[in-house]
Design a protein around this ligand. Structure first.
Ligand code: ADP
Length: 600
């Protein structure tokens, strides 16, 4: 399996833009045929002059050289431009495919620390050390160049060999050819060792640099915190440390590269010397005319160099394989959660009966269950409150309801079928959720409310009015086209926390899903403001089933039923009055503990 890593990665990567590699090959072909063409014609011109052929023939040869160069270079430039565009498309598609993979991951996998680390490693390998698919592309390009040079060289080598065979090898010639072969062998072996050593060294320092870069990235904190806590000094020091390490590593890598290159240069020099001697020797022996000396000497160096390069690349590709494997392993992560195919019936009566049966759930790697034996039936059209102190399992309950995670034990049913059986997208369409850490997009207000590129203006405006955004909206000149935030637009508006919440609430209402869930999006507000928003919101939701989550009991007292969560269990369920009547219950205890904050 290991052997095919590069080939598989190449197939996957090449498919991101199938035009790129064939076009690149053509460009390399044109780029590399220029020197051979010139060597060949120069040798013809010199031979023509040497043999005293007519001026006309020499002029024709010069004209062919000029026109040929014009054609080759124009084609080369054209191909270069196109390859560059195709490369951009390839890189864009590669990044998009990686993002698509991340976005399509099961939520539990996206949150899994091991998978997060896996993803970070791929990004760091590429950015910091240039390992992975980019390295493979780079090496493939050099490999193509070596092969093209090798092919051109082989043609000329064949031509030279047949010329030599005509006059016989001769003793000195055999010795020189043997010396040349030894030099090629040395070059191959050295290149193999050289590249391997450099690669291993780069991999080692790459790992060290990852740590340094992580430290450097600590600087990505809020600009406000930086100023208030005077974090600049701390961050500057980390930056300095990181830059110092970069410089050290870079200098050392250059030094090592220089040391390794000395034997390479020596062998190349010896190889070129042999090439000169061989060509001159056989020319003197009458194997070929004097003009051919230019041609053969010129290509022999390239030919032998391409053999060394070839081996160097093969060894380099091997060193890149673990990084390619990391990349492929990430693409191979299988989604196993959202495989259901059952269609969710579209019901105008919104009768979607949901029931939790004995559901327990433990987060991956956690020591304790976050939810324990939950049994709950959601009644259509009811207002259900989910209350409890922080960490009691309220959000986890919603995450399971939305199938962001599957229960570790027990089952959740909708209209008598396990929710796993439903097509996930259709299932998700029946919910509108405003999470505690909701986020708005730096796009137009309309985009944010409709969660789409186009919207129903009347509906969006009505909902914005209903959620209490009307006054602010009236001040917006561009209405629904007003860009939210100034990230991409100078005319963008910065909305306050409360306004952002209203937009998030409007987005949830715009979707018209049968279930609407508010998971403490108002936690940053004071208890009275939260209670007001919740009860106002409740007047708008109509006949939808609404679930309100809060750690503040007062916000939810209007609900039909209140489920009290404590340490992952539902410890009580009933109306506010019923629950408060149980003086030994958790609700009573919490109510009185919190009452001081919101009793008016
Ligand atoms: P609540 O919404 O009531 O504040 P949560 O449902 O967020 O509570 O959390 C319930 C428990 O699960 C807590 O102990 C919390 O630390 C834990 N928990 C929440 N999210 C994760 C997670 N992604 N990984 C591991 N444990 C988690």
């Amino acid at each position: 399996m290991k052997k095919s890593v590069t080939i598989r990665a190449f197939k996957v990567y090449g498919a991101y833009n199938p035009k790129y590699f064939p076009l690149k090959f053509l460009q390399i072909l044109f780029h590399n045929c220029a020197p051979y063409f010139n060597l060949w014609l120069s040798s013809e011109i010199v031979t023509a002059l040497y043999e005293g052929r007519g001026r006309k023939e020499v002029y024709i040869l010069v004209a062919v050289t000029l026109i040929g160069n014009l054609v080759i270079h124009s084609m080369g430039a054209l191909l270069y431009r196109n390859t560059d565009i195709q490369l951009k498309l390839l890189e864009n598609e590669e990044a998009a495919a990686f993002n698509r993979k991340v976005l399509s991951l099961d939520y539990n996998k996206l949150e899994d620390p091991k998978i997060r680390q896996h993803r970070r490693k791929i990004i760091e390998n590429a950015w910091v050390n240039f390992y992975g698919v980019q390295q493979m592309r780079h090496r493939m390009e050099i490999l193509m160049e070596s092969l093209v040079n090798f092919a051109f060289g082989l043609m000329l080598f064949g031509e030279m060999l047949s010329a030599i065979l005509r006059v016989g090898f001769r003793k000195t010639g055999v010795l020189l050819l043997a010396a040349m072969l030894v030099c090629i062998g040395l070059n191959v072996v050295w290149n193999f060792i050289y590249d391997r050593k450099l690669s291993l060294y780069r991999a080692k320092i790459g790992e060290e640099m990852l740590e340094e870069n992580r430290l450097g990235n600590v600087a990505n904190t809020s600009g406000l915190d930086n100023r208030v806590y005077r974090q600049q000094d701390l961050i500057n020091k980390l930056d300095e440390k990181c830059n110092k390490k970069h410089l050290e590593v870079f200098t050392e890598a250059q030094r090592k590269g220089f040391l390794y290159s000395i034997p390479t240069e020596a062998v190349l020099l010896a190889m070129n010397l042999c090439a000169y001697l061989i060509v001159v020797f056989y020319c003197v022996q009458g194997a070929f005319p004097v003009g051919s000396v230019i041609k053969y000497v010129g290509y022999l160096g390239r030919f032998t160099g391409s053999i060394g390069n070839f081996f160097r690349l093969i060894s380099g590709m091997k060193d890149n394989e673990p990084y390619l494997q990391t990349y492929l392993d990430f693409l191979d992560i299988k989604n196993d959660m959202y495989q259901g195919s059952l269609a969710v019936e579209k019901r105008s009566d919104k009768r979607y009966d949901i029931e939790f049966k004995n559901v327990s759930f433990r987060y991956p790697g956690a020591e304790e269950d976050a939810l324990k034996e939950i049994n709950l039936k959601l009644k259509v059209g009811e207002r259900l409150a989910v209350v409890g102190v922080n960490g009691s399992g309220k959000t986890t309950f919603i995450k399971l309801l939305c199938r962001l995670y599957d229960p570790s034990q027990g089952e959740i049913f909708m209209n008598d079928f396990n929710i796993r059986k439903y097509d996930y997208r259709q299932y998700l369409d029946i919910f509108s959720v405003v999470f505690q850490d909701y986020a708005l997009l730096a796009m137009s207000l309309g985009c944010n409310v409709a969660a789409a590129g186009s919207w129903d203006t009347k509906k969006a405006e009505r909902i914005l009015e209903e959620v209490g955004f009307g006054e602010r909206y009236a001040q917006m000149e561009k209405k629904l086209d007003t860009p939210i935030y100034k990230n991409f637009d100078e005319d963008g508006v910065n909305v306050s926390g409360g306004e952002a919440q209203k937009i998030a609430l409007a987005r949830a209402l715009y979707r018209e899903a049968p279930f609407i869930i508010l998971d403490e999006p108002t936690a940053a507000l004071d208890p009275i403001a939260e209670a007001e928003i919740y009860s106002r919101f409740d007047r708008i939701v109509g006949d939808k089933t609404a679930i309100y989550i809060s750690h503040r009991l007062s916000s939810c007292r209007f609900c039909d039923r209140i489920a009290v969560f404590d340490k992952g269990r539902i410890v009580q369920i009933g109306t506010h009055e019923e629950l408060l009547a149980d003086v030994k219950g958790r609700y009573f205890e919490l109510w009185h503990a919190q009452a001081q904050y919101y009793e008016r």
